[in-house]
Ligand binder design. Structure first.
Ligand SMILES: Cc1cc2nc3c(=O)[nH]c(=O)nc-3n(C[C@H](O)[C@H](O)[C@H](O)COP(=O)(O)O)c2cc1C
Length: 225
């Protein structure tokens, strides 16, 4: 692994709360940045887009994250879109299903085959969507030690903190390695276009989560295939 040790003050304003904190304090903590090792493949990240609603808006954030991971962080990123799958209501965990459907196996390969997962969750009644819980429950051992970042998305102006925290609690119960970063998108239509372009503020909202996920991947995932 290539690592470089850099004084925090060489950074511009990053949007990363911790880095900016040290800059304000005028101190120079050493930040160890693990970079991609050129001899290894890039990390693969699956972005689980979890609104299946007609006219959904949170999918815009999934599109933005995919592009950001690929262009800014040089990771491989794929959207796994729940709306494409139209899953029936949960009736058993995958491990106990006698003959799982081909679409469930495909979904599982794409989601669990990734090194890390970003869950993009709509805010529904201060919680998350039933469609999302419907697929989370399909797995148990598969979640263990899986790096997972979570972002909530609302069209309103109150941040979906409860949504993120409920999902964090759920994923911790399943043994996932949960990125603790609190990432919430408000007034989604003002910040993200239909095709996933973000206004200037988008990066400030999203980048800290993705950087922390990348850091966690560097600490925990072996890329020897
Ligand atoms: C069933 C339902 C419940 C919702 N509850 C909330 C809520 O509690 N707080 C909020 O800010 N927005 C709420 N919204 C608005 C969504 O956050 C909004 O639709 C947003 O775009 C994310 O969902 P979407 O991807 O399905 O569009 C709700 C929407 C639906 C459909």
């Amino acid at each position: 692994m290539v690592t470089c040790v850099t004084p925090a003050t060489t950074f511009g304003k990053t949007g990363n709360h911790h880095q900016d904190y040290y800059r304000r304090k005028g101190t120079q903590p050493l930040i160890v940045m693990a970079t991609q090792n050129d001899s290894k493949r890039p990390f693969r990240v699956a972005i689980l887009s979890s609104s299946v609603r007609i006219g959904r808006l949170s999918h815009r954030v999934a599109l933005y994250i995919q592009r950001y991971l690929e262009t800014q962080l040089s990771l491989t990123a794929e959207i796994v879109d729940l709306k494409e799958y139209d899953f029936p209501l949960f009736d058993e965990r995958l491990a106990y299903q006698q003959s799982p459907s081909e679409k469930l196996l495909d979904f599982t390969r794409r989601l669990m085959g990734a090194d890390g997962i970003v869950i993009v969750s709509p805010v529904y009644n201060a919680s998350f969507s039933a469609a999302l819980k419907n697929v989370i429950d399909l797995y148990y051992a598969e979640w263990k030690r899986k790096p997972v970042g979570i972002v909530s998305v609302t069209s309103g102006s109150v941040p979906g903190i409860a949504t993120v925290q409920q999902l964090q609690t759920l994923m911790l119960k399943l043994g996932a390695l949960v990125v603790p970063t609190l990432c919430t998108v408000v007034k989604v239509a003002e910040t993200f276009s239909e095709t996933g372009e973000g206004s200037p503020v988008a990066e400030r909202i999203i980048r800290p989560l993705l950087e922390d996920l990348q850091w966690l991947l560097n600490q925990t995932v072996s890329r020897i295939d």
